[in-house]
Write a protein that binds this ligand. Structure first.
Ligand SMILES: [Zn+2]
Length: 195
């Protein structure tokens, strides 16, 4: 299977060609540069539109800019019911996020990553997170996050530092996830042959 691209007509009638970067790409291991509003890699609103489109196309809840091949500290997230005609409760973008504090206990949760298809790993992360960031209009924000949003943000913040979720996993959890991925992919091949 080739990589899927999404063409987004922009306000300036430029077609943005973004592709989802897969697990062995070097850019996923790179610490990303701050998004420079004075000299932007691309229009911040177009970047958000493109990243959100890719995230939704692949059914994810979060995406970092290096996952679409862009070296800038930008995260998009979106959550809600994917089943109900793509309606979502909310979607947000975070430019140049800075973690102010990260706290309270450790919670185990199963995570996936759009750059690692079919790999679902149990990972321990902190419960709460206080973060400041800029929006696409360079306005400054700050908030305390818990629950799913805190979990998604911690995963995406790692991406901005060139850290992928397999590096956060304990050995046995990663082994188990890799075995399950093989089973899933084998099962899918059998199904493809059966159709
Ligand atoms: Zn990821």
């Amino acid at each position: 299977m080739g990589l899927l691209g999404v063409a987004i007509p922009s306000r300036y009638d430029i077609i943005i060609d973004m592709r989802l970067v897969k697990e062995h790409d070097e850019i996923l291991r790179r610490r990303l540069k701050p998004f420079d509003f004075e000299d932007p890699v691309m229009d911040p609103h177009e970047l958000v539109a493109g990243m959100q489109a890719i995230r939704k196309e692949f059914g994810g809840v979060g995406l970092a800019a290096n996952q679409v091949g862009i070296d800038a500290r930008v995260i998009v997230i979106g959550m809600g019911s994917f089943e109900s005609e793509g309606t979502e409760e909310f979607e947000t973008a975070y430019f140049n996020p800075v973690v102010k504090s990260i706290m309270q206990g450790e919670i185990k949760m199963i995570e996936g990553c759009l750059s690692f298809p079919d790999l679902f790993i149990e990972i321990k992360r902190k419960q709460n997170l206080v973060m400041s960031w800029q929006d696409a209009d360079q306005k400054q924000w700050g908030e305390r996050f818990g629950g799913m949003v805190s979990r998604i943000l911690q995963h995406e913040l790692d991406h901005l530092d060139g850290v992928v979720f397999t590096q956060r996993a304990q050995h046995h959890a990663l082994d188990k996830a890799r075995k399950n991925r093989k089973l899933t992919q084998r099962r899918r091949k059998r199904l493809d042959r059966a159709i």
